[in-house]
Design a protein around this ligand. Structure first.
Ligand code: GTP
Ligand code: MG
Length: 299
């Protein structure tokens, strides 16, 4: 008899939700960066082990409705909590609990079991120091389990998976075995490029970036080797940002391209050619039509 469970992953920006998803699935499907608001939409990751399929939904970190994009991100969180079998609240072991955890917990139905996942424990060489952290977070809510982990070092993740298996209910698998995300390949590539921009650029510039992949196809070179050809456009919000994205004599764009290409080649296990263009879409984060075009709408 097959079983499955849907699980949403909630938490403040930057606590490591997407890192956790990638580590559990064992594939890098979600962009990760040291900047808050890396994730912009719901990202589904699937783990199938024998009879049991766990379907995870990674969500954007909670934030205020400062523009239209932000309100779509909040809608993504709100829509992730319906019809789920369990939720994971991820917190950063180095941070104090805040009103944001309470806000997220209040979105959940009282019946939903919630696992508290205290992430980044690798930053505590002395594990005794974790005891007060665990106690403080545990008192926030009646959690079904409290699990200290390190997504970075793959520590404790099997405990999360084992615990979640208990919530799987009899029913079909929603994804074929071997499929690990609902994200189209073009979106995965676009996110790999945006991830590099988030890491390399500072201030508001990377937050105002969207990436679209226009072309993705394979050709055989003269030696009969397959090459993946990709053309993508980086959209930024202002003319001044465009110059920053391109960099001095194109240096920034080149670096982004080199790093993204390495990720693409690793993920698709094929050699790739990546061509990047940069365009301006003035104030797109407040324009519904453009938000929709970039696949970031949650209506
Ligand atoms: N030391 C340490 N760093 C981690 C761990 N997990 C994630 N990080 C880092 O924390 C930062 C944020 O990680 P993300 O996975 O992007 O966080 P997120 O919660 O998805 O963030 P948003 O999408 O912006 O809400 C990145 O720099 C990660 O490398 C961990 O277990 N240990
Ligand atoms: Mg994320």
């Amino acid at each position: 008899m097959t079983k499955s469970a849907f699980i949403t992953i909630l938490g403040r920006p930057n606590v490591g939700k997407s890192s956790l998803l990638n580590a559990i699935i064992g594939e890098k499907i979600a962009a990760v960066s040291s900047k808050p608001q890396t994730t912009r939409t719901k990202i589904t990751g699937v783990l199938t082990e024998g009879e049991i399929q766990l379907v995870f939904i990674d969500t954007p970190g909670i934030l205020r409705e400062k523009d239209k994009l932000a309100s779509h991100m909040i809608k993504a969180i709100d829509s992730s909590v319906s019809s789920i079998d369990a939720a994971i609240l991820v917190v950063d072991a180095e941070k104090k609990p805040s009103v944001q955890e309470k806000e997220l917990l209040s979105k959940l139905s009282k019946k939903t079991p919630v696992l508290l996942v205290i992430n980044k424990i690798d930053l505590f060489p002395d594990k005794e120091q974790l005891i007060p952290v665990i106690a403080e977070y545990s008192s926030l809510y009646d959690f079904a389990a409290v699990i200290p982990v390190s997504a970075l070092e793959n520590d404790g993740l099997d405990i999360i998976v084992d615990q979640l298996k208990a919530y799987a209910a009899d029913g079909p698998h929603y994804f074929p075995d071997g499929k690990f995300t609902d994200q189209p390949e073009r979106v995965i590539v676009a996110e790999m490029i945006r991830e590099k921009l988030l890491e390399l650029l500072s201030d508001e510039v990377p937050h105002g970036i969207a990436v679209g992949v226009e072309r993705m196809d394979e050709h055989d070179n003269r030696d009969g080797e397959s090459i993946l050809d990709i053309e993508a456009t980086i959209y930024c919000e202002k003319e001044s940002h465009k110059g920053i994205v391109i960099g001095k004599r194109g240096a920034m764009l080149k670096q982004v391209g080199t790093l993204a290409r390495a990720d693409i080649e690793r993920f698709f296990m094929i050699r790739a050619n990546l061509q990047l263009w940069v365009k301006v879409k003035e104030g797109w984060r407040n324009r519904e039509g453009l938000i929709k075009n970039f696949g970031l709408s949650n209506d």
